[in-house]
Write a protein that binds this ligand. Structure first.
Ligand code: PBG
Length: 315
């Protein structure tokens, strides 16, 4: 009677890794239960998620090394795995909300989140060249059926550029879920295996946030990042990673007028799976408790590799 947080399958967004090919279901070693799918097998998985009542999915494109280049051209190929999965899902009658991750690290040979400024060390992404290209990538995804685009590169003014590009293509109803508050985190390690996207040199600290800040006087930098994106037209924002950043999530949700998501990231998933495999924790109880903590901190919805399993547990 007095429990105030509750969980429902619609609280969860399922991340999916897709790559070109047919009939692929390649396990990601550091993320047991997570696979790289080809567009055909991805649609089968989406139908399973939809039947379980999961609200939405988010697609990450994995690129064959031969198709990578310095500017991430393959992100703009209308036959890439993300576009083909979106189209096949529509054709296959999948009605779940579709979200696409908008970034370049999965498409560039150097693994950074956009084209680099020439001759600069450490590697530094060319912010303004990247946001213009992000607008084009957003339009491409929307044309193939993305309901929501989710820029994850932490470029300045990325939401303004994407909104302008979508509106210019007469797509006012394509929504933007901005990764507005994203820290340069070691918890993304397994994701970079799954997406085959680790930076080849340097790190992401020139664009992602420093987790040592905001420790006195409240989450001022995080709130500022969030409000900048809201002002630019973000319909929803995200805080990332999850469990180690609940203080940030709580302060951001209290400060912004749009729904805020939490991303329970790859490293958090890997740790739970490893402990569960050793029978060191009760997996179901621990995962449910984690999700309640996100809700308690104010999350409107949660991106998690546990989405399908959670929906099964909650059924
Ligand atoms: C791409 C991106 C990353 C994640 C989501 N989008 C990796 C990164 O920033 O290095 C991480 C998700 C996860 O760890 O589950 N920029």
């Amino acid at each position: 009677m007095l429990a105030q947080s509750s969980l429902h399958p619609r609280d969860f967004v399922a991340p999916l890794f897709v790559r070109s090919g047919d009939n692929l279901r390649t396990p990601v070693p550091s993320m047991p239960g997570v696979f790289q799918f080809s567009p055909d097998t991805a649609v089968t998985e989406l139908k399973r998620l939809e039947a379980l009542g999961v609200s939405a999915y988010i697609l990450f494109g994995v690129t064959d090394p031969a198709r990578k280049d310095a500017i991430g051209s393959h992100a703009h190929d209308r036959f890439n795995a993300v576009c083909r999965t979106l189209a096949r899902a529509k054709d296959g009658g999948v009605k779940m909300l579709s979200i696409t991750d908008l970034c370049y690290c999965e498409y560039t040979s150097h693994g950074h989140c956009g084209p680099l400024v020439p001759g600069v060390s450490p590697p530094t992404v060319d912010n303004d060249a990247t946001i213009e290209r992000l607008g084009q990538q957003a339009v491409l995804h929307a044309q193939h059926g993305a309901d929501i685009v989710a820029p994850s590169g932490m470029m300045d003014n990325m939401v303004t550029a994407i909104r302008a590009a979508l509106d210019a293509d007469n797509r006012p109803n394509t929504a933007i879920l901005s990764y507005a508050v994203k820290y340069a985190s070691a918890f993304y390690g397994p994701f970079r295996d799954a997406a085959e996207s680790p930076p080849q040199a340097g790190d992401r600290k020139t664009y992602q946030m420093d987790f040592r800040r905001d420790c006195r006087g409240g989450a001022k930098e995080a709130v500022r990042e969030a409000l900048l994106d809201v002002d630019q037209g973000a319909d929803m924002i995200m805080v990332k990673p999850g469990l180690a950043y609940l203080d940030i999530l709580q302060q951001v949700t209290a400060a912004v007028p749009v729904p805020t998501a939490a991303y329970h990231v790859s490293g958090e998933y890997a740790m739970l799976k490893a402990a569960a495999a050793n029978n060191w924790i009760d997996e179901k109880a621990t995962v449910l408790e984690t999700m309640h903590a996100f809700k308690r901190a104010g999350a409107s919805f949660i991106l998690t590799y546990y989405a399908a399993q959670l929906a099964e547990w909650l059924a």
